[in-house]
Design a protein around this ligand. Structure first.
Ligand code: NDP
Length: 265
């Protein structure tokens, strides 16, 4: 099997934040399968070791015995500025220069806006938005000096639309879309492309309560032109495209992977 050169990212080094489980872990798997060296991130070192072990033996060389792609871990909290600075410096020293950054770490907190506390507001803003600024800035300081890099910010269909009870989450993801465009504007001249990937409703730990709520789950299926919930694997192709030379003239965009949901009323 041959890979078109435009889609060949073998040998690149990628950091995926929030990749101990869920969507981030699926992205890491896709990148490893494409031949990248991948650094997994999250706050729990044990969960990261387990996640890395699950990716052992994955990768283009694994079957032939040529050696699987490398998987590393870097435990740090993406909301903590000094920890992010130290974490990125450590990754580049231990693993090598980062070619690809996926800002994926995120959280959800479903509560009516009138009941949302100050602390809860700051926590979701820090986790979903400030994190992308902190990690993005730290990575881009190095990428701009080298003259190339790909950054993919994981947005959401709620960067575009919102339902009752999820306003703070949608506010963070809407702002992340604009941060993506701003990063594109600032760093494009240094050879860095910054794009967003906006998943629709995807079955993960984060959405488990919604999946288990039969009424809500049926609403998702009915409201999605594809007629089903998304799976983490549904997102991998879009990520690999945005990380590849095929997207070298694509920047500041959000690619929605949502079974069509954001397009219909
Ligand atoms: P999960 O809750 O399954 O995974 C979240 C990941 O982020 C975990 O690895 C978690 O690890 C990590 N994380 C959370 N907070 C921090 C932090 N402060 N520092 C470092 N790592 C952190 O979520 P999903 O996989 O479902 O979601 C991933 C991304 O996709 C999020 O940005 C989410 O908003 C977005 N998304 C998800 C959708 C869905 O339907 N699932 C839809 C649209 C967007 P740990 O807790 O160990 O630190």
């Amino acid at each position: 099997m041959t890979t078109h050169p435009l889609f060949d990212i073998a040998g690149r080094t990628a950091l995926v934040t929030g990749s101990s489980r869920g969507i981030g872990h699926a992205f890491a798997r896709g990148l490893v399968e494409a031949g990248c060296t991948v650094v997994l991130n999250g706050r729990d070192p044990q969960a990261l070791e387990k996640a890395a072990a699950e990716l052992g033996g994955v990768g283009p060389g694994a079957a032939s015995g040529a050696g699987a792609a490398e998987v590393h871990t870097a435990a740090f909290d993406v909301t903590d500025g000094p920890a992010v600075a130290a974490g990125i410096a450590d990754v580049e020293e231990r693993v090598g220069p980062l070619d690809i950054l996926v800002n994926n770490a995120g959280m959800q907190n479903r509560a009516p806006l009138l009941e949302f506390t100050d602390d809860a507001w700051r926590q979701i803003l820090d986790t979903n938005l400030t994190s992308a600024f902190l990690v993005g800035r730290e990575a881009a300081r190095r990428m701009t000096a080298r003259g190339h890099g790909k950054i993919v910010n994981i947005c959401s269909l709620q960067s575009e639309v919102v339902r009752p009870g999820i306003a703070p989450y949608a506010a963070t993801k809407g702002a992340l879309k604009m941060l993506t465009k701003g990063m594109c504007a600032d760093w494009g001249r240094y050879g860095i492309q910054v794009n967003g990937l906006g998943p629709g409703y995807i079955e993960t730990e984060l959405t488990r309560p919604l999946v288990e709520d039969e009424e809500f789950s049926a609403w998702v299926r009915g409201r999605t032109p594809a007629g089903r919930w998304g799976r983490t694997e549904d997102l991998i192709g879009a990520l690999l495209y945005l990380a590849s030379p095929a997207a070298d003239f694509v920047s500041g965009q959000v690619l929605y992977v949502d079974g069509g949901m954001t397009s219909v009323l």
